[in-house]
Design a protein around this ligand. Structure first.
Ligand code: BTN
Length: 278
């Protein structure tokens, strides 16, 4: 772990993360002895770092937390900006070999939402929303386990699951539509800091990752529907299509009713927005 400096995989920790890192390592490592936790003051991106390691042949289950990212990345090539103290930025590297990867970001989002608050909604495919404002996002990437380390014939890859959550709102220019933040959503939790949130979300997330390869997204579809931020709303897709979101299928595809019938959207390259004013 890291944090206390006493575990088998020492690293550094700060800002209240030491106790959270220690507790998480104690909770998760009995089932997964390769599990390690690292908290870094600064890195370009926790996803970039875990992808580098995976490509270099490091396939250990790793939770990497950064107090600050200098080149945080979002989906579709966007950047992810976050302020130390006002955000939680972490990635989890987890070897997996599901037959079907679709729906993984939905399973991850659902797990995080369920761990935190009943009012958190999920916006297909990877956003956490509160009242139509973005609370957080998920970026999932995968790397092949290098051939020298892979079990011959295995389909195993290392999934790198990156999560950014707004803890508070940074000072700055007034935005007409500020993002959502957890301190606003859970004012009764004092102090609500990133370490508290980390400790709250990671154990259930690990369980969700363990279930996903055998169960997929289908058994989670009803729970997702209860938090679906788009269902029943007019939506516009980045590829020009528009219609009414009618839910998410058991394989994770967004279903949109258009003039041409119900279209299934599964491409990670497409983004979707509720129609302004709808
Ligand atoms: C999105 O909304 O487009 C996804 C945002 C994902 C941000 C997290 S922060 C931790 C991890 N490291 C990154 O560079 N990105 C993810």
């Amino acid at each position: 772990m890291s944090g206390g400096g006493s575990g088998p995989h020492g690293a550094l920790a700060d800002n209240g993360f030491a106790a959270a890192a220690e507790a998480l390592w104690r909770e998760i490592s009995p089932a997964w002895p390769d599990f390690q936790v690292e908290v870094l003051r600064e890195i370009d991106s926790t996803n970039t770092e875990l992808m580098r390691r995976a490509r270099d042949g490091v396939a250990a289950r790793t939770l990497l937390v950064a107090l600050q990212q200098t080149a945080g990345r979002g989906r579709l090539g966007r950047s992810w900006r976050s302020a130390p103290g006002d955000s939680l930025t972490f990635s989890l590297a987890w070897p997996m070999s599901p037959h079907d990867w679709s729906g993984l970001s939905l399973a991850v989002g659902l797990s995080v939402a369920q761990s935190l608050h009943e009012r958190i909604q999920l916006k297909w495919p990877n956003d956490l929303w509160v009242d139509d404002r973005k609370l957080g996002g998920i970026l999932i990437e995968t790397a092949a386990v290098p051939a020298a380390l892979a079990v011959p014939g295995s389909r195993e890859r290392v999934a790198v699951i990156g999560i950014g959550l707004n803890i508070g709102l940074p000072d700055g220019p007034d935005l007409s539509q500020p993002p959502a933040c957890l301190r606003e959503l859970m004012p009764q939790v004092l102090p609500l800091d990133a370490a508290w949130v980390l400790q709250r979300v990671v154990p259930a997330l690990v369980q969700a990752l363990e279930r996903f390869p055998t169960q997929g997204f289908a058994p989670l579809a009803d729970a997702f529907a209860a938090r679906d931020a788009l269902r029943g709303r007019s939506v516009r897709l980045s590829d020009g299509r528009s219609g009414t979101a009618v839910g998410v299928a058991g394989d994770g595809a967004l279903c949109v009713k258009t003039d041409a019938g119900v279209q299934r959207i599964s491409s990670a390259e497409v983004s979707v927005r509720p129609d302004a004013g709808a």
